[in-house]
Design a protein around this ligand. Structure first.
Ligand SMILES: N[C@@H](CCC(=O)N[C@@H](CS)C(=O)NCC(=O)O)C(=O)O
Length: 159
């Protein structure tokens, strides 16, 4: 049985939970707080980041959301999430990489830092302005990306 080491608010973990649901892969959730740098977790992933998937029976450890997504894309038949022509698949991969990078650094990362990490880990008060800046970034108002006609085409896919 697969175990997903994840943090509930981690967007990369969320992406994998959605993907596993779509693919119909059974798994057990293991809650991990990456900033605690738990020895057993760092032994699994020296980078100390969520998500990580482990199947002890198969002696398999998968690290990094994109590596995990590609692994299940290649090993589980049906409900392809990186689908279509090579050009479509390249576009899906581009969008996933773009979203992971931009949304995490401009939106989810600052929100997680202000609302959770700063309070719990650093014991500092929040900066009231930061969440509204993140919200502004989340709307992507007027960006070239927001005006693109379709995100990765259809049917449903990773993008
Ligand atoms: N490229 C990685 C990014 C994973 C990542 O940054 N996870 C964050 C939580 S959302 C983390 O574990 N941060 C702890 C750290 O960087 O020390 C992926 O796609 O899995």
């Amino acid at each position: 049985m697969w175990q997903l080491y994840q943090f509930p608010l981690c967007p990369f973990s969320r992406k994998i939970r959605l993907l596993l649901g779509e693919k119909g892969v059974g798994y057990e959730l293991v809650r991990e707080s990456p900033w605690e740098r738990r020895d057993e977790f760092v032994d699994l992933n020296p980078a100390g980041r969520t998500p990580v998937m482990v199947d002890e029976g198969r002696g398999q450890v998968l690290i990094d959301s994109n590596a995990i997504a590609e692994y299940f894309e290649e090993t589980v038949e049906g409900k392809a999430m990186i689908n279509g022509t090579a050009a479509n698949r390249a576009e899906i991969r581009r969008l996933v990489a773009w979203f992971d990078q931009e949304f995490y650094f401009e939106v989810t990362g600052p929100l997680l830092f202000e609302r959770m990490q700063k309070r719990i880990v650093h014991r500092q008060p929040p900066d009231g302005g930061a969440p509204s800046e993140a919200k502004k970034a989340a709307t992507m108002g007027g960006s070239a990306e927001a005006k693109r006609p379709r995100w990765g085409g259809s049917p449903a896919n990773s993008a």
